[in-house]
Design a protein around this ligand. Structure first.
Ligand SMILES: Cc1cc2nc3c(=O)[nH]c(=O)nc-3n(C[C@H](O)[C@H](O)[C@H](O)COP(=O)(O)OP(=O)(O)OC[C@H]3O[C@@H](n4cnc5c(N)ncnc54)[C@H](O)[C@@H]3O)c2cc1C
Length: 418
């Protein structure tokens, strides 16, 4: 165990410019701790849907990074609205209408739920909080290797060259992390769920679609399938049609994904003939893009033995399916906890090795709790009656909250589509 606790500034590399790395970077910047972010893409990925940030996780990280006002400007508490439809088409719960719950007017009350923010807006807020040049784009990491010449240092091998002499390498490089290889042989496995993602870019142009899905999320679950639709802040609407199928489904189902209109029609006719007509229409009228996706996950409770100078945050540490809508929140909390530890090490209160150990000790059980919840949702939602069960749970939560007004309603047992 290292006991070096001298005040020093480590040379830090953050791999990947996803929400987890950017949050950590923003927090480090608040403490004048230097770092470089290496991102494989040639510019920031603005793609992606809406994310709900929770008060004690994602929101807490943004507050501490001094980004609360920017978040409030872009967040959409009015989109924290749920509609649940049985796969046959019967509406089981609708907060756009009869089931609307009263939300208070104060900022605290409005943001006490799970206000949505578009992924692009979140990324913009985080990037704008950093110094120009903090992110090196087009740097695809192939490998991290221990330095042969300098003790306890690491070199980064990119597709286009090397960077040397890092004291701390933090993998925020998502599902297929190259940093993870230094800590574990474990790879993500198939979650059992594949989906097509379809978009309507301007939902104003289709009043039926806009009204049917409503202001927030409209989810429908059935045996081995789901249709999940969400309004985005930019006026678009994104829908997933999900299936429990073998891992090679997307490649072997003989649908030509390049012809999106024919592919959408064939996919729905083959796999959702039992769905209610409105649900089918939501997918069929989302004609702007079609992206087939195969969802992967890391084992629930994935851990590694702490190794000086290397750690993971976000999906690279605990990749989960979106069926509890928590991935970004867990990743941003990693960043908050790790930032505290790095700051303590830089102030000489502990060694960097101790800081990483403390971070991982806190993160492992926290991530495992969320992964467990996600796995439970994946199992429970994709069942006959999945929507009705979810609606019953929400009703019960509200009932409880009515009896105990100080109890926070956690009705977001659900899914998100960010
Ligand atoms: C369909 C879907 C819906 C989701 N919905 C939600 C939701 O509503 N709410 C929620 O909280 N979470 C949701 N999630 C999960 C959420 O998207 C992730 O948890 C989150 O993006 C993880 O952030 P991250 O920063 O860890 O990684 P990522 O967002 O994956 O970012 C990783 C970054 O690393 C870069 N990178 C990768 N490899 C390399 C390399 N070798 N070298 C350099 N850079 C590299 C990538 O280009 C990327 O920019 C969803 C996920 C999916 C798939």
């Amino acid at each position: 165990m290292s006991t070096t606790t001298t005040k020093s500034t480590p040379k830090i590399a953050l791999i990947g410019a996803g929400p987890a790395s950017l949050t950590l970077a923003s927090l480090l910047k608040c403490h004048d701790i230097p770092f470089t972010i290496y991102e494989a893409a040639s510019s920031l990925r603005h793609a992606g849907g809406t994310l709900d940030l929770h008060p004690t996780t994602g929101q807490a990280a943004l507050k501490e990074a001094g980004l609360w006002d920017a978040f409030v400007k872009h967040a959409r508490p009015e989109s924290d609205v749920m509609k649940l439809v049985d796969i046959g088409g019967e509406v089981c719960w609708d907060e756009n209408g009869a089931d609307k719950q009263e939300v208070g007017e104060s900022e605290e009350e409005k943001f006490a739920g799970r206000p949505e923010i578009d992924r692009a807006a979140l990324m913009k807020i985080l990037v704008e909080s950093l110094e120009e040049g903090s992110i090196k784009f087009g740097k695809k990491l192939n490998e991290v290797v221990p330095s042969k010449t300098e003790e306890k240092k690491f070199n980064l091998v990119f597709a286009d060259g090397k960077e040397e002499g890092f004291d701390l390498v933090i993998g925020g490089d998502g599902a297929w992390s190259k940093v993870r290889n230094l800590l574990s042989d474990t790879k993500p496995h198939y979650s059992g769920i594949s989906l097509i993602e379809v978009w309507c870019n301007d939902v104003k142009s289709n009043p039926w679609l806009r009204n049917y899905v409503g202001n927030g999320s409209c989810f429908s679950f059935g045996e081995g399938c789901a249709i999940l639709s969400q309004r985005q802040g930019d006026g678009s609407q994104r829908t997933y049609a999900c299936l429990r199928v073998p891992e090679d489904f997307i490649e072997t189902c003989s649908i030509d994904w390049n012809d999106k209109d024919a592919a959408r029609k064939e996919f729905m006719e083959r796999h959702f003939s039992h769905a209610g007509k409105d649900l089918k229409r939501v997918v069929m009228e989302s004609t702007d893009y079609l992206i087939p996706r195969t969802l992967y996950e890391l084992p629930v409770g994935f851990t590694w033995e702490s190794r000086p100078g290397v750690t993971l945050i976000g999906d690279s540490a605990h990749l989960m399916t979106p069926f509890a809508g928590v991935g970004v929140n867990v990743g941003m909390t990693d960043s908050l906890v790790l930032a505290h530890e790095i700051v303590a090490a830089c102030k000489g209160k502990k060694s960097l090795d101790e800081a990483l150990q403390a971070y991982e000790k806190e993160m492992f059980p926290r991530a495992a709790r969320y992964a467990q919840k996600t796995a439970k949702n994946k199992k429970g939602h994709f069942t006959e009656g999945g929507s009705k069960h979810m609606a019953d749970r929400i009703r019960a939560h509200y009932e409880e909250a009515r009896k105990e007004p100080n109890v926070q309603v956690d009705r977001a047992e659900g899914v998100s589509s960010g």
